[in-house]
Design a protein around this ligand. Structure first.
Ligand SMILES: Nc1ncnc2c1ncn2[C@@H]1O[C@H](COP(=O)(O)OP(=O)(O)OP(=O)(O)O)[C@@H](O)[C@H]1O
Length: 323
């Protein structure tokens, strides 16, 4: 997939001046007796890439489906592109792009045929600023499916299928794109190309909300990371900010006289200086490591699961000031 040439952000209203594309306040969702979302709050601004993380069953897909207007919420205020998704009309829907976890229809259609067909729905929503749909061959090239353009969908590999899913999601040049685990099943090269595509879309002012279980991917793509656990957003901020807050300490590792040492310290620079003052040349294999997003994430989810940090306090500790 090559970097995107999408132009978006000036669709069919409402005016973009507010900059807020998604506004979620107190979102609750209950499936029979199970309360999955217990008061989810977050916002997304134009051109932001938000990555929604959370353990299996946390409610990420549910959240996205509510925002897409596919699922009725139990409670809360939700505004997406200026409208309540529960009442979004066709014009509103044309401004969204959706890549679901998986769909298995259209096996007999050929790739180019399918995209041209789906793209035709967006013709009435084309404007001088945003030409809709995306030119089909340009789109096929952008997602790396040129060689498969005339193949039947049913004959594509899993990863090629995923590329097609992404193409279907962006064929209408959406202002807001929802991607539910878009890179599941993609090989590393395709994954990398996909990252370029998402960044390209964001550079053109498309707002992107995606879910993934790949923390390296989250770190690489996200302007902001949201962690959903225990029915609430328990962290909201740029990856490095979340890591810094979760652990003020760095780990310093070194070797001396064939032995390995490790020390946690809030002041790694001072510690390393002292280490060299004391042992000089004898120090080898020096490594200073800050908490990674993965450390932060695992710590937070574990604490929430074991109840050692109640959800509301975690939201305070990790979320405050991150917006
Ligand atoms: N239609 C439904 N009816 C009843 N329960 C549902 C329904 N859809 C989801 N759930 C339940 O709601 C919870 C959240 O599911 P959801 O798919 O939103 O989680 P998720 O965070 O996307 O999980 P994963 O990472 O596994 O994809 C789960 O316990 C699931 O079983």
């Amino acid at each position: 997939m090559a970097p995107a040439h999408a132009v978006s952000g000036a669709g069919n209203g409402p005016p973009p001046e507010s900059g807020t594309v998604i506004d979620v306040r107190g979102l609750r969702m209950r499936y029979r007796s199970q309360e999955v979302l217990k008061g989810v709050d977050f916002t997304a601004r134009r051109g932001e890439v938000l990555v929604l993380l959370g353990p299996n069953g946390a409610g990420k897909t549910t959240t996205i489906e509510v925002l897409e207007g596919f699922r009725m919420r139990s409670d809360g205020d939700v505004t997406v592109l200026g409208a309540d998704p529960a009442r979004g009309d066709e014009r509103w829907r044309a401004r969204l792009g959706v890549v679901l976890q998986s769909w298995r229809d259209h096996g007999k259609w050929r790739v180019r045929e399918l995209l041209a067909h789906l793209g035709s729905y967006y013709v009435p929503y084309s404007t001088a600023l945003v030409r809709r749909p995306w030119d089909v061959d340009e789109l096929i090239a952008a997602v790396g499916l040129s060689e498969q353009a005339d193949k039947r969908v049913g004959t594509l590999s899993g990863g090629q299928r995923r590329r097609l899913d992404v193409a279907v999601g962006i064929v209408g040049r959406p202002e807001l794109l929802f991607l539910d685990e878009p890179t599941a099943g993609l090989d590393p090269e395709a994954r990398n190309e996909f990252h370029g595509l998402v960044r390209g879309l964001a550079d053109e002012n498309t707002t992107v909300l995606l879910t993934t279980h790949d923390l390296a991917e989250a770190e690489k793509l996200a302007d902001r990371i949201l962690i959903l656990a225990g029915g609430r957003i328990v962290a909201d901020g740029p990856a490095e900010e979340l890591s810094r807050r979760a652990s003020a300490e760095a780990t310093v590792r070194w070797t001396r006289d064939g032995r390995s040492f490790e020390q946690a310290t809030a002041e790694p620079t001072r510690f390393v200086r002292r280490l060299f003052e004391e042992h000089g040349e004898a120090i080898g294999g020096l490594e200073v490591r800050r908490a990674s997003l993965e450390d932060t994430y695992l710590t937070m989810v574990r604490e929430l699961e074991t109840g050692s940090v109640p959800g509301e306090r975690a939201a305070h500790v990790f979320g405050e000031g991150a917006r």
